[in-house]
Design a protein. Structure first.
Length: 376
């Protein structure tokens, strides 16, 4: 049984002396004396209510009358050495844009010319504004190329510099919010973050299968050309749009190979939104990975695709994956295939090749349709 692909997209014991409750309390109290004086984070749901209490460092939001929907957030920087992490939960407009600008003592600075990832669906992205940019007070402006802004929520969180233990192999600054995973600072630079170049580390080869975020709910077939079959393989991705209580079925060479259940975010994550029907959904990207059975790979062109399936046991006794496209938006990005050739001579390790050309819609039963020859 093949998944219903609508079109094809080719191709990292010490002994402790008890001090009693009094000693523990004094220890905690001493630690709290050194806590940061930075203000707490704030989450703004749009439209912002006029009577909403705001912290001293945040001025009254303004929505000026302009040809493009605009939101201005006056910010009075509380600490000249701290960074501001801005997380936006929004609905992308098809073929639209959202720009973010900081107007401060150094004039207007474009932080992101387009915050969209061109997926036309609900999205979550974060932007890190450095102390060098936040000199003095200013106005953080969001502008959308439409009559409505499309922003559901904005979270503002002040971050301080701390010393930490980081592997020398990590080349970038690491950013850790109060809730959520630690990520590389480049993730929060406000620009498009396409997949990096393929990496070859000893006998491990990492191949990016996407060059950005891709909608997949109607069926997308990613392909990669392998010179030889590896001894082990791993698939990793980020997904957005998959409802809680569902997982992704992984198809390798048109055969169901297994499932990916993305991580469930902390319930304090601001990406959990409630609609007018009191229904809760998550807006944002979740990580997932899968250990690929190498018996399903082959020398030559290999395809990888995904469909959705409920976590609940099937009542029909059919354990197969969903075979019809779904209407709910679903996207993946950061899709990479990691290949291990450790049992082979290093000089003979093949270099995977990926084609970046997409063909038009195809029928699942159209066996005459072939994948274009991949380009190195």
């Amino acid at each position: 049984m093949k998944p219903p692909f609508g079109h094809r997209r080719p191709a990292p014991a010490f002994p402790v002396k008890s001090t009693g409750w009094v000693g523990v309390f004094l220890l905690l109290l001493a630690g709290s004396l050194h806590a940061s004086d930075l203000p707490a984070e704030i989450t703004l749901d749009l439209p912002i209510q006029a009577h909403q209490a705001l912290p001293e460092w945040l001025g009254q939001p303004e929505v000026p009358s302009t040809s493009f929907a605009t939101l201005n957030l006056p910010i009075f920087t509380p600490d000249m050495t701290s960074s501001l992490l801005v997380t936006v939960y929004f609905q992308e407009k098809q073929d639209g844009f959202m720009r973010i600008v900081w107007k401060g003592t150094q004039g207007a600075q474009l932080l992101s010319d387009n915050f969209y990832e061109n997926i036309g669906m609900a999205n979550q992205r974060s932007l890190l504004i450095s102390p060098a940019t936040l000199i003095g007070d200013g106005i953080l402006t969001f502008q959308c190329g439409d009559s409505t802004l499309g922003i559901a929520r904005i979270k503002l969180e002040w971050l301080e510099n701390k010393s930490g233990l980081v592997s020398p192999a990590v080349p970038d600054l690491l950013v850790t919010p109060a809730v959520g995973p630690t990520q590389s600072a480049v993730t929060f630079n406000g620009q498009a973050n396409p997949a990096g170049l393929g990496a070859w580390q000893g006998q491990l080869v990492t191949v990016p299968l996407t060059d950005g975020a891709v909608r997949i709910e109607q069926g997308v077939d990613f392909t990669v050309d392998l010179d030889k079959v590896p001894v082990s393989a791993r698939l990793a991705l980020k997904e957005a749009g998959l409802p809680m209580g569902q997982h992704l079925v992984v198809w390798v060479n048109d055969q169901p190979a297994g499932t990916i259940t993305p991580t469930v975010p902390d319930l304090l994550d601001a990406g959990f939104l409630t609609d007018e029907n009191a229904s809760i959904s998550y807006v944002g990207w979740r990580d997932g990975s899968y250990y690929v059975p190498v018996s399903m790979l082959k020398a030559g062109v290999n395809s990888v695709a995904f469909t959705e399936e409920s976590d609940a046991p099937s009542t029909s006794g059919n354990a197969g994956a969903t075979t019809t496209p779904v209407d709910a938006p679903l996207a993946v990005k950061g899709l990479v295939l990691q290949l291990n050739y450790q049992a082979q001579v290093q000089a003979s390790i093949p270099t995977p090749q990926l084609s970046s050309t997409s063909s038009g819609p195809i029928s699942p039963s159209d066996s005459s349709t072939s994948t274009p020859n991949p380009t190195p």
